[in-house]
Unconditional design. Sequence first.
Lengths: 423, 510, 478
Amino acid sequence: MSLEEYRRDTWDCVRCSHCKFIHPYRVRSLRFSKICPSSAYYFFDGYSAQGRLDIARGLIDKELPEASLNELQQVIYACTLCGGCDVMCKYYNDLDPLLVLEELRVACVHAGCIPAQLKEIIESIRENGNSLFQPREKRGEWATGLNLKDIAESKAKVLYYPGCNYSYDPTLREVSRLTAKILTRAGVDFGILKAREMCCGTLALQAGDRNSFKALLDTNISNFDRLGVRKIITSCPICYSTFKTDYKRYGGAMRCEVLHITEFLVQLIMEGILKLRNKVPLSVTYHDPCHLGRLGEPYKKWIGKRVKYGRYDPPIKELRQGTYGIYEAPRTILNTIKGLKLLEMERSREYSFCCGAGGGVKNTYPDFSRATAQERIEEALATGAEALVTSCPWCESNFKQAIQHGSKKMKLYSLLNLVNQAL
Amino acid sequence: MTLPKNVYKEIEGILGPHNVSQNTGVLQAYSKQPFPPGLLGRKRPDAVVLPESTCDVQALVKLANRYKFAYIPMGNYNWDVPRQDNTVIIDFKKMNKIVTIDEQNMYAVVEPGVTHAQLQAECMKRNLICNSTWGGSPCSVLANTIFFGVGGLSYRFGYNRVLLSMEWILPTGEIMKTGSLSADGAGYFCPGGPGPDLRGLIRGFFGVSGGLGIITKIGVKLMPWPGPASFPVTGVAPNFATTFSADRFRFHLIRYPSLNELIDAMYAIAEAEIGAVLQRFPSSWFQWASARSKEDFWRGWESGYLQKVARNVIVVWLVGFSSARQLEYEEKVLQHIIKKTGGEDIPSSDKLYKMVDPAWIGEWFQCGGSGRIMRPAGTHMIAMIGFDSIDHAEKVAKRADEIRKEFNFMDDAENDWICTYDFGWQGDAECLILPEQNEEDMQQAMELAIKGLKASLQDRTYTGLQIAETHHMLGPAYGNYHELLKKIKEVLDPNNVANPPNPIKVDDSL
Amino acid sequence: MKKELEEIVGADNVFDDPEILDKYARDRSLFAQRKPSCVVQPENTGEIQAIVKLANRWLIPITPVSSGAHFNGATIPSQSGIILDLRRMNKILHIDKRNRAVRIEPGVTWGQMQKELYSHELMPLIPLLPHQSTSALTSTLEREPALIPKTEYGEPILTLEAVLPHGELLRTGSACVGPPDETQTDLVGPSGPGLDWHRLFQGAQGTFCIVTWMNIKAPPLAKREKVFFIPFQNIEKAVKPLYAILRQMLGAECFLLSRFNLACILAKKWSADFDTLRKELPAFTLILCISGGTILPKEKIGYQEADLRDIARQLKIRLETSLPGVDGKKGTALLTTLRSCWEKEPYWKERFKERCCDIFFYTTLNRIPYFTRLVNTVAAANAYDAGNIGLYVQPVDGGRHCYVEFNFPWNSKEREGIYDLYVNLSRCLVNEGAFFGRPYGLWSELVYNRNSALTATLKNLKNIFDANQIMNPGKLCF
């Protein structure tokens, strides 16, 4: 892959500006009508998908020399890669803005202008198997006292894969622990990898370090195969979409079924295995994580070329545009909890406004990241709900910090926490 | 970068460094014009600025006159890129207030950063609706209204008739208030006066693209809206569905055997003064409107189905603005006209009808799908456009067909968009082509447009393609208006800083 | 110069007789007389062009005049010069039934046009009871509001042909393609070329050009109609119902008259009938005509009436089909009177006293009660009997704003007093946000002095169009 492969995409952008806003049919107010966090924060068009496609076009057509990537770095990397622009654009045209954004970062890495913070994260993944600069051996400590099967030592039907954040972050461990407890309670035969668990590699991919990502991909798939893993349940949407989609995109032959915990919980509830008996009298609004929602939909591999009019040869049957992301499972769960009232934000499902944590921006552009989270919290408050709920470690962590340091206060729960209260 | 450092510093001084950028990545994003012929001519500006207020804009304009740099005010669907060095682009994203929605008197006042979707959402909550624009709902209400402004309800709002008063920064930096805004404490409700109506100075068929100054606030008309408080959509993209209550809304597709009979029907419907929407919907539009991908479009189009069943179809939306009784009355009148004019009211169970319903049916009230016109080839272009009566639209459309045959664009014969305005007092034919964004197609597109212009002059029809590039060609045939236009530009913009060469070229430097 | 003019138009059409000049030196307004040097009556565009070119050579002002009676001072030649009286150009050039338009010359009156249009089942967008000699073209050009406030009927000018102040010809919109008999257009596209010249020429009081023909909207004549009269005891009570009716886009003609005005209009025998009507008419009457349109007229009237009755019930207003104290003048017959020319002298506004001073401006409906109170207060302060003030409210553009006209009858002995009232009241109204969009007389000074950028722009435009400043100098800000 290279930028040149996206020449058609960059040329066919007509600056319609749909990538900056949610779908017009869904706009409910001026206040909450934008989809693109970086366009909303920085305002200049360079920070939108349209602007970045123009940059890509410039590099492809040599209007911009490769040396300019140094100057372009900030514009390229100040993006959460949330995919909002991609969903919007595909409603109208056959372009792949998100892939172009990814490719721009790859170009930066090749030119040696990856942001230092991301370079350090990749180094941490390489050295310690996680993106949080933590010792490898402490990865399994989240499960202390839970007596969980080590899948490397005892066979299990399901691998529970918490991911780096749910493993290491003490403020988020509740989710992995609750997930494990619930799976146990439901009688699921599952195991964990403990210290053998390796980062899915998403931040390497998001940084544009394709080689590092591929190395992680190979390692993980090889481990899963070796251990005979055929089903993975994860609480982390980022790991979920990485395994399900990105590994496939990069040629990984994942032989396992990958489920997010919300998908699995819905099954358990429908089958009557999990009964949510307790009342939880609370009004909540649910934030759709990007990687569970619009970026969580399945990927069908396509190899081909663009021909006249930009048609695909062989044809793509359906563009991937967030239609089949996981939106209803979390809502079904919440609606099943007695006494809980679910209020929707104006931007929801495929038009959910990003929490601001993705794309490495939490480390590279923390002000932008925090402002984005605060924007979302304002939107949550505007629903009148008492609490904000989500099911993603990046979202939860970023919202937590924004609430802590910002002026807007709101209760925040993980979905697992509410399920636990209802059990 | 040609803008002198000291000038850049002064701009930063006025607007704040966070509102000014010379970053290459930022500049690159403003370097391409989305449509032919400008598509192939790309140029980065020297800086992009984000003013936050009218005062900011005024200060910038005065600076431009002092240091003789050009500026381009832009909306969200950029029409202009720099044609010369020393050009600053003004992006109004931070000036995005809906200043007021006067519910009683049915108008809104907006800054340039407000989009159609945003204004529409705020209006619907108040049982009002603004005109949508087929440029797409991310378009700036202000920029689109003073430039083109054709949308779903133009049949009722009129062509170029939604604009009320304006707050206008002249090219030399003075602030002018037009219409009732000129009376302290009056508001934006009245467009004309005092004395002459200065809306006449901001546009003709098309607007002047900031060539005679920058408009920083406008009043726009609103209409009563008997529909829901928010656009009624369900589903996840692209599987949207919209439904409107049957007692106040009714959508019709009516097919005619020939264009001539279709035109007669449009006249009859317009004269009966019914409907909220009345336009001829081209056959290929059914396809791109519903297509989920390029492949979807081309397979459908190449099957030949639409060419057989969708030539000469009009869209009529009946809306009971006053009551359900009104809707029933208009339904009866419409059926009477359909019978009399030999039309076929396509039933809702028909495959063609279903191509429009379920998602597109609300398109005329909130434009959310028109951007799909880019899908077939990557861009589109108005090859010919004629503005006068509905009969005139037919003439222009037929002529466009003849000319298009000589070129290799998608075969879209007998297929032009015919809109009507003000209960049919005017009509226009927009003859579009769908070229690819490459040098060959762009050249062909240009040739076609010029041929179309020449044909229009020869035929003595009236072309709407009146832009900076064509005034010198059209002027001598149209009463030498270009001479007046040139003088106006020279007087109002003596330093030629307001988006040259708009509205007309005044020197040979470009 | 006279000789040259005679060579252009013929000796019979050039006048410098003092008595004739005297007639053009004044009008029915309060404004000072200014005598022209001659009056010329051309017959066609070519003659007008020649006259204009001559005027440029001699730097002589031209004041174009189309109507026979004038009320606002716009045709008093501030700097003397030539009166260009266009009454000989009085042809209805073409009625286009399909495109619902009528093309007229400046000398065509409303009555003349109405009669012709009716015979083609079309109707004019007529203002309230124009003088029999009022030019329909000039009235439209000066944005006199029509009785029907429908948005779609608004901005009735389609295209026009004008002689510019240097003598060139400009046709606007789709008419620019060529002379009417050579074009493939139907002369109905207003926009362009380049700019909307037809908008710049509106409200200009003849300072930018001389319009030689105009194509105007002429909607279809309804086959059936029903008229309602809605009485109000005070103006405050009329606001909500008017908003409701206009919001639902009900009706065609929709306007409000005070009892004083209606009495002046309806009185047959003066002053006995007038006195009776003043007692018996409601303080204010909203006149609303429900038009049946062209297809299924009964059904249209049916639904609109039903919707109107819903509003009436909700807002507790009465819907009458006749007016008290007016025998034999039911509904439609009365409306026919109101939507025609005033064919007799004295003009209806001048029945009570010799003359009438009109103060008119634009505002929104909700502010009318405030302005009414203000007018009454200032009138009282100027010792003017509020009972003799007429009020006419004409919703415009679907009711988005209104034309408001206060009428102050006066006799010649009261001239000074009425002038003081006019000045004081105009100033107060401007200060309170009344928009004098048609700035005649003093109003031009009041509005343009407050808007330097607008004034400068207009002057710039004027200098472009009329470098020698010959077209009706002294009007607007020129």
